[in-house]
Design a binder for this molecule. Sequence first.
Ligand code: 5RP
Length: 233
Amino acid sequence: MSDHLKRRAAEAAAEAELKSGMRVGLGTGSTAKHFVDIVGERMRGGETFLCVPTSEATRRQAEGLGIPLTTLEAIGELDLTVDGADELDDALRLIKGGGAAHLREKMVAFASKRMIVIADQSKHVRMLGAFPLPVEVVPFAHPATARWIEAGFAQLGVAVTTRLRLAKDGDPLVTDNGNLIYDCLSAGFPEPEKAAGMLAAIPGVVEHGLFIGLCSAAYLASDQGVVVLAGRP
Ligand code: 5RP
């Protein structure tokens, strides 16, 4: 996705959704980064925001822009969260976690009155799963957890291979929460709700990247403009 489309999606969402005085969750990734920039620009224009970042990378960006930050535990509820996504379908079900931040992203989205996705049209898919589904697991006995994940999918009739995510140096990637990520490769998830329930029941799984019933609307940019998919209010 070209950078100008990411910026365009972020601008459209900010124009429609972001109001001065809001408590805002700041997403993670190369698209959400543009929204964080816009929050900084709007602050320099005199508006006020109080924000919760969804990752250490976003925290560093927001601090660099002088955006006032607080914690989820201190603030409790947020008015708005704007974040990217790896995939979304017509029902505004998402796959997130390509940036390994989906645990905090989901907690922040859950605490938000509205959770908005910004992305380009190519992330809008008929069925979730071409993008490998990230699952955050505790380090203890993680190969066993990976086998349970594969077995759980097999019981649902979905063939999945798990792949431990590696960092650039070749070591296992460690999340901001000190955990590991297994990416689930499949031909797609015809029933994401069943997959989400199965994953949530596996000991050792901290959080999976299926976001169901959390997204309020998606702003999808293409060269033809920005299309809005609306979901829950
Ligand atoms: C991070 C995420 C990101 O929102 C997702 O990976 C999309 O990132 P990008 O905007 O860089 O394509 O879920 O965990």
